[in-house]
Design a protein around this ligand. Structure first.
Ligand code: ATR
Length: 277
C-alpha cells in the first residue's frame, strides 16, 4: 500500500486529505493520504529520514515549505523559482521537490477564462508572499508583457521583483485602488477577505471590460473582491480551483494516475468550506 500525507504546523485545517482520499477511492488505488503535524523544530529530521518513513511523498504547507525546499536533494524549476516546495516525492531514494501552486493557479485561470491572455495590458498582483511569488512566476512563464506588484510592505515587493526579473514593476500599495482600469488580470494573494475580514478597496467603476479578477482566498468562496467585480460585470476566478488543481501533480507522482478535477469533487469541498464558515 502506498502512503502519502500532508505535513504542516498546525495541520488540522488542511483540505488536502479530502481531495486525495476522494481520488484514491475514485481510481480504486490501494493507498492512504493522511494529515501529519510536524513541529518546525523537528522538520529537519523528518526530511532527512524521509526515505525510511514508508511514505511515497507528501504535501507541505505553512510554515514548512521553505525548509522542505532546502532539504530536498532534487528541486524542479517551479520550486527553484519560488524557493519553496509544497510537494515532495521519492525517486531512486532521493527526496525531490516541486511547487505546484504555479501550475494550480495557471491551470484554473486557463480553464475558467481561456482567453485571459488576449489583452496586452499588465497583470496586477496584490501581495508579495509565497503565493504571489508562485503566481508571478506563472505569468512570466506564460509570456506576459508586464506584472505590476502591489504590496503593503514595499520592500518585500522589491525583493520579489529583483528575484523574478525585469517584467515585474513595483507600485505603491495605494495605487492598487485603480488597477482595474489599467490591468487585464488582477490577482489577490493577500489574506485580506479571508473569513470575510477586510476589504481591498478596489474601485471597479470604469474598469477595463476585459479585466479578469481572481482571488486565491477560497473561504468564503465569494470574497468581497469577487462580489464587487461581478457586480461591475467583470469575469471572476475563485480560489478553490487553485487548491484543487495544485493537488494533481503530486497525486500523479505518488500513485501513478493523473487525477481529474471534477464538479463532484469541487462540490464536496464547497460543502466542507460552508460547514466551517
Ligand atoms: P503566503 O506565503 O501564503 O502568500 P504571506 O507570506 O503571509 O502568505 O503573505 C501574506 C500577504 O498578505 C503579504 O503580501 C502581506 O503583506 P505584507 O508583506 O505587507 O505583510 C499581505 N497582507 C496580510 N494582511 C494584510 C493587510 N491587513 N493589509 C495589506 N496586506 C496584508
Amino acid at each position: 500500500m502506498k502512503r502519502a500525507c500532508v505535513i504542516g504546523w498546525p495541520i488540522e485545517h488542511s483540505r488536502s486529505p479530502l481531495i486525495h482520499q476522494t481520488w484514491l477511492e475514485r481510481y480504486k488505488i490501494d493507498g492512504t493520504y493522511t494529515k501529519q503535524a510536524v513541529n518546525p523544530a523537528k522538520a529537519q529530521t523528518f526530511f532527512s529520514q524521509f526515505s525510511s518513513s514508508g511514505l511515497v511523498g507528501c504535501n507541505v504547507t505553512v510554515p514548512l515549505k521553505e525548509l522542505a525546499f532546502q532539504s530536498a536533494q532534487y528541486r524542479d524549476g517551479s520550486a527553484i523559482a519560488v524557493s519553496a516546495a509544497n510537494t515532495l516525492w521519492l525517486e531512486a531514494g532521493k527526496l525531490c521537490a516541486m511547487n505546484t501552486d504555479t501550475y494550480g493557479f495557471m491551470t484554473h485561470l486557463g480553464t475558467t477564462v481561456p482567453d485571459w491572455q488576449k489583452s496586452s495590458k499588465p497583470i496586477a498582483i496584490l501581495g508579495a508572499g509565497g503565493a504571489a511569488r508562485a503566481i508571478c512566476y506563472g505569468f512570466i512563464e506564460a509570456g506576459v508583457e508586464a506584472v505590476w506588484l502591489f504590496n503593503r510592505t514595499r520592500a518585500r515587493a522589491e525583493e520579489l521583483a529583483r528575484d523574478l526579473g525585469s517584467k515585474l514593476c513595483v507600485k505603491d500599495w495605494n495605487e492598487r485602488i485603480a488597477c482595474a482600469q489599467a490591468c487585464s488580470v488582477i490577482v489577490n494573494t493577500t489574506t485580506i477577505g479571508m473569513n470575510g475580514v477586510g476589504d481591498l478597496g478596489l474601485r471597479f467603476h470604469n474598469a477595463a471590460p476585459e479585466c479578469v479578477v481572481s482571488d486565491i482566498v477560497y473561504a468564503p468562496l465569494e470574497t468581497s473582491l469577487l462580489r464587487a467585480a461581478k457586480l461591475a460585470g467583470l469575469r471572476t476566478v475563485d480560489g478553490l480551483g487553485m487548491l484543487l488543481h495544485q493537488a494533481v501533480p503530486g497525486f500523479e507522482k505518488w500513485f501513478g494516475v493523473r487525477p481529474e478535477v471534477t464538479d463532484d469533487l469541487r462540490d464536496k469541498l464547497v460543502e466542507e468550506i460552508e460547514k466551517h464558515a
